[in-house]
Design a protein around this ligand. Structure first.
Ligand code: SF4
Length: 226
């Protein structure tokens, strides 16, 4: 996938896309499963979250009403592989109850509303912050909103792009201005950033083997000193 907009941020998307190929996120079958995954993956990796999701699926719990009705204690045992299982059980139940209150099991209709309405409602649920809300909107709702996470800020700060602060909304606006607002592009860009940060731009960056070192401020600086 390639985009034609001419700026550093869009060009970088094309380079990452060519280098890593299609990422095919998000690995879940229904929008509600994706949304549960967005909560379960908080403070852990996808591997652990997917084990918890598999446990929920085995027990037929992948619907808002099922999560709303199951006792908290039982749910926390089922999702134990995701870590922080007591807190996450509370969050899953708050989220499911929020959906059930107005839409029952019809999560697709819930997602069909405009991004601003959806985001405001998701953020009103205890335990759903901006990153999780935006992951639900992008991957479950299939709507173009850019997710900002630690990987995104780390990579772009090192390259020398983006706001000189940590404020979520400033970073999101930066991407909304510089990358065409296309759902498939935002979906793929987030996945590519995560992939690159896992492979090269770790907390201790592997600049000597990184294919972006020639155009990255930090990479050039580190390599000139070695
Ligand atoms: S050159 Fe280094 S700092 Fe820059 S993106 Fe690559 S790994 Fe990260």
């Amino acid at each position: 996938m390639h985009i034609t907009q001419q700026n550093v941020t869009s060009t970088l998307f094309n380079k990452l896309s060519t280098h890593y190929g299609s990422q095919n996120w998000w690995p879940a079958t229904t929008p509600f499963e994706m949304a549960l995954g967005a909560i379960l993956t908080q403070s852990t990796n996808w591997n652990n979250a997917s084990k918890a999701l598999a446990n929920l699926e085995k027990r037929g719990l992948l619907s808002p009403s099922a999560i709303d009705e199951i006792p908290h204690g039982r749910l926390s045992i089922i999702i134990r592989p995701s870590g922080y299982y007591n807190v996450k059980a509370t969050r899953l139940k708050a989220f499911a109850n929020h959906i059930c209150d107005s839409y029952g099991d019809d999560f697709e209709s819930y997602l069909r509303r405009p991004i601003d309405v959806l985001r405001k409602e998701l953020l009103s649920v205890k335990g759903i912050g901006k990153e999780t809300a935006d992951a639900i909107i992008l991957y479950a709702g299939n709507k173009a909103i850019f997710i900002i996470d630690e990987y995104t800020k780390r990579l772009f700060s090192r390259i020398g792009q983006g706001p000189a602060n940590e404020i979520y909304d400033h970073w999101q606006t930066f991407f909304h201005i510089n990358v065409p607002r296309i759902t498939e592009v935002y979906n793929e860009y987030h996945a590519l950033i995560v992939e690159h940060c896992k492979i090269s731009c770790n907390s201790k960056p592997k600049c000597d083997t990184c294919f972006l070192s020639g155009e990255c401020q930090t990479g050039k600086q580190i390599l000139s000193q070695s």
